[in-house]
Design a protein around this ligand. Structure first.
Ligand code: COA
Length: 173
């Protein structure tokens, strides 16, 4: 579907296995800048996912139900092809630390090499989410630790079910 020529649509791609509060923070802040954000569950060949694409999309939808200007979609091919299909030209990404920079820089340049019109816009991650990642969150839950407040409540529940563990509260926010 082609976008209105004046509306600013950003695609926020990621593996989202699962979505974390760090991602939600980027989406919420991005929604103050863009007219619409499409959260795209994309394919990263380097990652074997714990949750299916459908499960990840469902968790994202539930986590963002209060933000009206957000849509959730999935794509198994090249990101730039999805942008062409949707008529969008902006990729939104979050940057946590300097260590993210090189990878993000490479991806942004590679994407722009495929299609000149594409721009990647970065938002700096909130300091509360600086150290989190989906991998770390899964590891902590699988070993019985607490990640409450690092992920939306629905995601927390799904993680406990997936790993068949009981909730543990460390009283942290
Ligand atoms: N707060 C907390 N954590 C964050 C975060 C934030 N704001 N932003 C990212 N992260 C975490 C993620 O949870 C993820 O953790 P993990 O590595 O433990 O899974 C990590 O930082 C970065 O991953 P993510 O943002 O999910 O992106 P990704 O690196 O998996 O995504 C794609 C890469 C999917 C965008 C990329 O592979 C892609 O574009 N694929 C489509 C195919 C394609 O076009 N390839 C060519 C690309 S040039």
């Amino acid at each position: 579907m082609a976008q209105d020529k004046f509306s600013k649509v950003a695609i926020y791609p990621g593996t989202f296995d699962p979505i974390t509060n760090g991602h939600v923070d980027i989406i919420k802040r991005g929604s103050r800048i863009f007219d619409e954000i499409i959260v795209l569950v994309a394919y990263n060949p380097d990652k074997a996912a714990l949750f299916t694409v459908e499960e990840r999309m469902e968790m994202i939808r539930e986590s963002l139900s209060d933000i009206k200007s957000v849509r959730v979609d999935s794509h198994s091919g090249l990101l730039v092809d999805y942008l062409k299909l949707s008529g969008a030209s902006i990729i939104l990404r979050g940057m946590r630390a300097l260590s993210d920079f090189e990878y993000e820089f490479q991806m942004a340049l590679m994407n722009r090499r495929q299609t000149r019109e594409i721009e990647t816009v970065f938002l700096l991650s909130g300091f509360k989410w600086f150290y989190t990642s989906s991998k770390l969150i899964k590891e902590v839950v699988s070993l019985g630790g607490s990640v409450k407040a690092l992920v939306p409540d629905n995601v927390h529940q799904k993680l406990l079910e997936k790993y068949n563990v009981k909730p543990r509260d460390n009283n942290r926010r």
